[in-house]
Design a protein around this ligand. Structure first.
Ligand code: MTE
Ligand code: MO
Length: 431
């Protein structure tokens, strides 16, 4: 018998007979391939948008976040500032699609369970290689799901750097995924051709039978002693698809202003405030250790890089030419929102500092320490006409939690680099 992993169970007559553990009549190469095809279409998009998010961080500038990953970095290019919603799209797709595919990943794992626990564990060298690729594939996928979900749900629970771990985990997964697809693709295509999806969707529970196995052959997914079906194959697909849709429906409010309250799975989406500053907050002033005195009357903005540092107080900053822009702020944790920000153009601040041709801006928060306290902006970012040191949003001064008295906002810049409670900007370039 092929499925050798068995449990002992007493028969009606009281004798002990052995039964295979995996008895669902639904398992088979076709069902596994349908779920596999969905993942083959979806997971590359999750991986690519994830890598794009990494590039969007501008790691080549030596940011505090993400930390360096050595030679394993993707081909880095200068992240553009247009369209302004670019990062909102890439991170929204990465998190949204990543979450929505979790039920499919679980369904796929369920469908191949007999194989994961197949016995003997290794039947041939080829079989050994095939099985070994499952370690990075399954391990990588589960690691990415767990770290990703934890990062969305909780306030930095990791003992390690999330970005670096999630990034390395991605390559482990990608390596497993690419080999798995290379090994399985022909089989998947054959299995998909073995049944018609349309016909399958018309088969009710009463007519649900195991997938046929050619005489003399065996398929480790198809149960040797199938139990009676308790669910149709279309029922399984509906369950998995419905699960995905449910997750998607409960997450979409993270990215769509106005649906914010429906994003029940993603706690950062909620602030409980309906006012002009009632959009999501990544980290409150209190949790960042910002004291009212630091950002009160004694607050100063120091602009350096020019012939001599320039110090502005809030009134002097407010006296500079002002500009308003509707710009999204998008966090890797999955939420994003578009708001109307007003403040002083970063380009004007560079000029004010006496730097004619700024190349990089090093922005520092009054926040002490931590990877969120500094960020570097490229020339294209700091010279964008909508790149602002914002002091107000939606017509009112920034709230303390949104970075009062001044915070950076730049088109298509990841939220993490939109530094709040800015204390200084160093424009590096030629004066
Ligand atoms: N100084 C400082 N700036 C910061 C942060 C922070 O923790 N400290 N969080 C960043 C992150 S990760 C995001 S997504 C945005 C969120 O801005 P918001 O809280 O105003 O929505 O602020 C960014 N700026
Ligand atoms: Mo963020």
């Amino acid at each position: 018998m092929f499925v050798v992993m068995e449990i002992m169970s007493p028969s009606r007559a009281g004798r002990i007979v052995s039964r295979p553990v995996w008895r669902s009549p639904l398992r088979g190469p076709w069902l596994t391939s349908v779920l596999g095809a969905v993942l083959l279409a979806g997971l590359p998009l999750v991986a690519v948008t994830g890598l794009l998010d990494y590039i969007a961080y501008g790691p080549e500038l030596g940011q505090a976040l993400p930390t360096g990953v050595g030679w394993l970095h993707p081909p880095v290019f200068a992240w553009p500032t247009r369209p302004a919603w670019l990062f909102r799209l890439t991170q929204g797709l990465h998190v949204g699609l990543g979450l929505a595919l979790v039920p499919v990943v679980l369904g796929k794992l369920w469908s191949v369970m007999p194989r994961l626990f197949g016995w003997p564990p290794v039947r041939s060298p080829w079989h050994a290689i095939e099985r070994l690729t499952l370690v990075p594939l399954v391990g990588g996928a589960l690691f990415e799901i767990v770290t990703g979900v934890l990062n969305i749900q909780y306030d930095y629970v990791f003992g390690f750097d999330f970005y670096t771990a999630h990034y390395y985990g991605a390559w482990v997964f990608i390596a497993g995924f690419v080999t798995h697809v290379a090994v399985k693709l022909p089989r998947m295509i054959r299995a998909l051709h073995s049944r018609s999806l349309r016909a399958e969707l018309r088969i009710p529970l009463a007519r649900t039978r195991p997938e046929p196995v050619a005489p003399g052959e065996r398929d480790s997914l198809v149960a040797t002693e199938p139990a009676a079906a308790t669910m149709s194959r279309r029922g399984v697909l509906a369950l998995v698809g419905g699960g995905s849709l449910l997750v998607a429906a409960l997450s979409v409010g993270q990215t769509v202003d106005g649906l914010r309250r429906t994003a029940v799975l993603l706690p950062r989406g909620r602030t409980g405030d309906d006012g002009p500053t009632g959009f999501p907050i990544n980290r409150t002033a209190a949790s960042a250790g910002i004291t009212p005195t630091e950002v009160g009357a004694g607050w100063r903005l120091i602009l350096s890089g020019g012939p001599a540092p320039v110090t502005l107080d809030a009134a002097a900053l407010a006296a500079l030419p002002r500009h308003t822009a509707e710009l999204p702020i998008a966090c890797v944790e999955g939420w994003s929102t578009t708001q109307a920000w007003s403040g002083v153009r970063l380009a004007d601040l560079a000029a004010h500092a006496g730097v004619r041709l700024p190349e990089v801006a090093l922005v520092r928060s009054v926040e002490r320490g931590g990877p969120f306290a500094t960020a570097r902006l490229t020339r294209a970012q700091l010279l964008d006409p909508d790149a602002l040191l914002a002091t107000s949003v939606n017509g009112v001064p920034l709230s303390l939690d949104h970075g009062y008295p001044a915070r950076v906002i730049v088109p298509a810049l990841p939220g993490v680099h939109c530094t709040k409670w800015v204390g200084s900007i160093d424009f590096q370039g030629r004066s």
